[in-house]
Every structure is written in structure tokens, then in C-alpha cells.
Design a protein around this ligand. Structure first.
Ligand code: PXP
Length: 237
């Protein structure tokens, strides 16, 4: 079964709007898990505009389920991850002021840079996932890097979904076949929502985990967090 890891950056953004502890990020994460989500994802950015580095320590101390920390492996991020030792780190090549992640790693040209970082995380028993575009060369590159997983960047899929869903998913299916053959696990994330997730998860086999934030939090404004999470879990069953 594909696990749902909820990205709680949007909750932190809401909290930061008033600079008080409301909504309480930790309590929301605990509720999300009690509603059935199997994991929590955080993406602390260098300017800490949503999740703060201190939040990550608090989450690690107080939640028992899977914690995934995403981000660009600048020194501050590497130190945080090695210190917190989450279940999983997802390496993302986002530039400092990017609104959100907008492309995956080139696992070939960045081989030696990523290789050292991945070795270090793995020596600390942290599972490593690499965020990549749906390109089979990038999947093979991730395998050569000895990454445990790839996270397929689903933004392009989501953009094309309403126009031509079978075309939109084509490269993801190819990547998942290769990944399954060469034995690297698959995560997926970005712009997934209750409308496009079923088709994606039926088309792309053996996805271990999806990380979903923006749409899930937005939908929960109407349905509530509990119902929204249950809707996603039903889709993933
Ligand atoms: N995966 C990565 C690498 C991301 O950067 C994000 C957004 O922070 C997500 C998944 C989740 O994307 P969304 O918020 O669109 O669900």
C-alpha cells in the first residue's frame, strides 16, 4: 500500500502569519497522524518562512511515525538532518527563493556532489530519496548514487492531467518500470490532489509514499482535515 505523508508547511505558514503558536504545528501533525496519515513531511527553507528548523526538532521528539525532511542540501540543512536523524531525507534542488520546488536533480551532472552527501546521510542510517523529473536517465543516475528511493516530481503530470492524462503519465510509467527493474523504491509528490491521485497511483506501480501538502490543506478548508485525509487514504487503498 502507498503511504500518505502529509506536508505540513502550509500549517506553518498559517501559524507564522500571526507569529504566535496558533495553529500549533506539533498538535496538527499529531492529529494528522491520528486521522490515519502514515507520515509527516517538512520542507524547512533557509529563510524559515514556513517550517522552522526548531519545529523539526520538536516534531522528531514528539511523533513516532515516519518523518521526512525535504530540502536543498546546503550546509545548514545537512547539519539539521544529521542531527535530527529523520526516517527519510529527500534531496531537492530548489533555489533559496523559489516559491516551491520546480524541478528535480540532474543525477548525472551532479553525481560527485550528491554522492558525498548521500554517503554521509546513509552512514547515519537515514533513508535517502532524490527528487527527480520523470526521466529514465535520472532514475538510473539515482541508482548509481546508491539512493534508496527516487521521488518523482509530479508537477508536470498535474499540469497536463486535464488535457491528456494518459500522455501526462507516460514518462512516469516508464520511470517506474525501470525503477522496479533496477530495484530502487519510488516516492512521488507535488501538485497531487484528490482529483488526479487515483489515476496516478493506478498507472504508476509500486509507489511507496506520496507526499502531499498544498491541495490537501486547501481541500480541508471545506471538508475538514480528518475527512480530507480519509479521502486520500481511500484513494490510495
Ligand atoms: N515534494 C517536494 C519535493 C516538495 O517540495 C513539495 C512541496 O513542498 C511536495 C512534494 C508537496 O507538494 P504539494 O504541496 O504541491 O502537495
Amino acid at each position: 500500500m502507498t503511504k500518505l505523508s502529509v506536508n505540513i508547511n502550509k500549517i506553518a505558514t498559517l501559524r507564522n502569519a500571526r507569529n504566535e503558536n496558533y495553529p500549533n504545528l506539533l498538535k496538527t501533525a499529531q492529529d494528522i497522524l491520528s486521522f490515519g496519515a502514515q507520515g509527516i513531511t517538512v520542507h524547512p527553507r533557509p529563510d524559515e518562512r514556513h517550517v522552522r528548523y526548531s519545529d523539526v526538532y520538536e516534531l522528531k521528539k514528539n511523533i513516532n511515525s515516519e518523518l521526512n525532511i525535504e530540502g536543498n542540501p546546503i550546509k545548514k540543512f545537512i547539519d539539521l538532518v544529521n542531527d535530527v536523524k529523520p526516517d527519510q531525507v529527500t534531496l531537492v534542488p530548489d533555489s533559496e527563493h523559489a516559491i516551491t520546488s520546480n524541478s528535480g536533480w540532474d543525477t548525472i551532472t551532479n553525481f560527485s556532489y550528491l554522492n558525498d552527501i548521500i554517503k554521509e546521510f546513509k552512514s547515519n542510517s537515514i533513508r535517502v530519496s532524490i527528487f527527480i523529473d520523470p526521466n529514465i536517465n535520472m532514475v538510473e543516475g539515482a541508482k548509481k548514487l546508491n539512493a534508496d528511493r527516487i521521488e518523482l516530481f509530479t508537477g508536470p503530470f498535474a499540469k497536463e492531467f486535464d488535457l491528456n492524462r494518459s500522455e501526462a503519465v507516460k514518462n512516469y510509467v516508464k520511470c517506474s518500470k525501470i525503477a522496479n527493474e533496477i530495484n530502487i523504491d519510488i516516492n512521488a509528490g507535488h501538485d497531487l490532489n484528490h482529483h488526479n491521485l487515483l489515476f496516478f497511483s493506478e498507472s504508476v506501480k509500486n509507489i511507496k509514499e506520496v507526499s502531499i501538502g498544498h491541495a490537501l490543506i486547501t481541500e480541508s478548508l471545506y471538508l475538514g482535515l480528518e475527512t480530507t485525509i480519509k479521502t486520500y487514504l481511500d484513494i490510495l487503498k
